[in-house]
Design a protein around this ligand. Structure first.
Ligand code: NDP
Length: 277
């Protein structure tokens, strides 16, 4: 029997860590599968997917810049993909292409299980209103925080996310948009879902928003600490980067495809080691 085929599709794709992560999951759980990188031309995502599927592919992860096209390609969507408006995981069945988005649940799993920080009844600040911020709305709200404040450089985009979040809220939770300068009080968790760290910038928020117990989470990760985490460190906060989110979103995709939940702790430790060496 041939091994089942999976892939991650993006452009660029050479630096994707997904093959390493899924390779470890497969080895650990004894799943017979192969996982490769696919570079799709910028105007050739759908063709790349259909060729892979025609060759027997069972599913793909989708990364920058194709998450919206993957959303459009899916014939069925999970609720969290629907709210996210973007798809990072496709699963091919006989006729259907199921689209899911595991980024948000990956973030929440990393915070709740790996960092051991409950979001229930907490005051949460979400920085950014792009695709990554939108993707975490439903999973974060499912944890029943007391308050979710969304701040973004372009305030109208934060307001749009507030409308979306309000339409999907569960129970009593205060949801609002706020300008950087108007943010006030201490937050229990501050999530940086902006790409500011890419240009070594920090969203212009006050250090007063951080308490000693505040979890400062940057979705970005790298060999060096991000500018946002350095700022949070100077305020005495608890720090966490997005490497755990990356591993956890992969674990959710693996579960969707294989019905087996991989152990993530050792894989995250391996990935951390590889990043830092
Ligand atoms: P988008 O391009 O969709 O959104 C970018 C967001 O960042 C917007 O809200 C934008 O504000 C804001 N922004 C950009 N530059 C600055 C700046 N200099 N100061 C303040 N705000 C800024 O990107 P994504 O949402 O897709 O990705 C955001 C980050 O999340 C990326 O760094 C990505 O690497 C990371 N990510 C990590 C994942 C993981 O698994 N760890 C998964 C997915 C994403 P405006 O609206 O005003 O333009």
């Amino acid at each position: 029997v041939e091994n089942d085929q999976y892939a991650v599709i993006g452009n660029p794709i050479a630096h994707s860590k997904s093959p390493a992560i899924h390779g470890r999951f497969a080895a650990q759980s004894g799943q017979r599968m192969e996982y490769q990188r696919l570079l799709a031309p910028l105007d050739g995502f759908a063709l790349c997917v259909s060729a892979f599927r025609a060759g027997g592919g069972k599913g793909v992860n989708v990364t920058v810049p194709f998450k919206l096209e993957a959303f459009a390609l899916a014939t069925r969507l999970t609720p969290r993909a629907q709210v996210a408006g973007a798809v990072n995981t496709l699963k091919f069945d006989d006729e259907n292409i199921l689209g899911d988005n595991t980024d948000g649940i990956g973030l929440v799993s990393d915070i709740v299980r790996n960092a051991g920080v409950s979001l229930e009844n907490k005051r949460i600040l979400l920085l950014g209103a792009g695709g990554a911020a939108r993707g975490v709305l439903l999973p974060v709200l499912s944890e029943r925080p007391s308050e979710l404040v969304i701040a973004n450089r372009t305030v109208s985009k934060a307001q749009q996310l507030v409308e979306l979040a309000t339409a999907h809220k569960q129970g009593e939770v205060l949801i609002s948009a706020c300008e950087w300068s108007q943010l006030s009080g201490k937050f229990d968790v501050i999530i940086n879902a902006t790409s500011a760290s890419l240009s070594d910038e920090v969203p212009p928020i006050s250090g007063d928003l951080f308490a000693a117990h505040t979890l400062a989470y940057d979705m970005m990760y790298g060999a060096q600490m991000t500018s946002f985490l350095r700022f949070a460190q100077s305020q005495g906060a608890v720090l966490r980067d997005g490497l755990g989110m990356l591993v956890e979103q992969a674990a959710e995709a693996f579960y969707l495809w294989r019905g087996v939940r991989p152990e993530t702790a050792a894989v995250l430790a391996d990935m951390r080691h590889a990043l830092e060496s």
